[in-house]
Design a protein around this ligand. Structure first.
Ligand SMILES: [Zn+2]
Length: 284
């Protein structure tokens, strides 16, 4: 039986040779941005495994799969792989991506980046992606809220835009990333209303170097508590960090600070994700 610490599961991690501006965006200077560095920090925060989200800067769908496979193997299966495509690349590219994913048996999820690219989640060009997700019963993770890229267009990344596709594809499970920050209230309604929409708690904090960081953490805990109270239960709330933007212990502390029962915190920190991604419960 594994120790309870291994039950934790982070649904939102990044590690890629294509990550831009790492020194500016990581939560501290000199971070070890490697499988070894990430696993060491996961051990520190008692996180057994997680989802490695391919980033929109990756040069091709093939490369998302190749790099994901490399990191899955290097991490001995602790970092699950994903892929991404943008409908703005055209219908042919979407079809090509889906064909490649069809032959990839260990894909954990598909990630989409509205906001970074100018498309809405309900863009009709995404039909083949959602049909693939339905066939394979794979969650679709959707970037929501603020973009790190100042050229991003955040109107495409508002939670309300996810509502339509959640209704249209009731059998597809969606993860509304970053709780739609700063539109957490809007995200809460979309999650409350749609039983197939989950939400992750990643990337909610400013960099630790900003003044009054501790106050920002406290305020974020309050905002999270309000949003969860509105949703009414914790079954579709997923812990995520957005590492390397946030430190894993700090991201976990947001959940630990909530005024919830220990069993509810355990669900957010791993149980819900293991159910969503079809993984065996830790420790069996
Ligand atoms: Zn992210």
């Amino acid at each position: 039986m594994a120790a309870p610490k291994d039950r934790r599961f982070d649904v939102h991690l990044h590690l890629s040779r294509y990550w831009p501006d790492l020194p500016t965006n990581s939560y501290r200077a000199g971070l070890d941005f490697s499988v070894r560095g990430l696993l060491a920090e996961m051990d520190l925060a008692h996180i057994g495994a997680g989802i490695l989200l391919q980033i929109h800067e990756s040069p091709s769908v093939e490369e998302t799969l190749r790099e994901g496979r490399e990191l899955l193997v290097a991490s001995e299966g602790r970092l699950l792989r994903t892929s991404t495509v943008s409908p703005t690349q055209g219908a042919e590219e979407v079809a090509r991506a889906v064909a490649l994913w069809e032959t990839t048996s260990d894909l954990a999820a598909v990630k989409l980046f509205p906001g970074y690219f100018p498309f809405y989640p309900h863009d009709s060009r995404l039909g083949p992606v959602y049909e693939f997700a339905h066939r394979r019963n794979l969650p679709v993770m959707i970037h929501q809220g603020d973009t790190l890229d100042r050229h991003g267009l955040v109107k495409y990344a508002r939670p309300i835009e996810l509502d339509e596709v959640a209704v249209r594809y009731r059998d597809v499970r969606f993860v509304l990333c970053h709780f739609g920050n700063p539109w957490m209230e809007e995200a809460s309604e979309v999650v409350y209303k749609n039983p197939n929409v989950y939400v992750d708690t990643s990337g909610l904090l400013p960099p630790p170097r900003v003044p009054h960081f501790a106050a920002a953490v406290a305020r974020t805990v309050d905002r999270l508590a309000d949003a969860i109270a509105f949703i009414g239960d914790v079954d579709r709330i997923l812990y995520g960090s957005d590492w390397p933007l946030e430190s894993l212990p700090t991201a976990v502390s947001l959940i630990e600070s909530l005024d919830l029962a220990p069993e509810e915190k355990e669900l957010i920190l791993g149980g819900n994700a293991r159910r969503l991604f079809g993984l065996p419960p830790a420790g069996v």
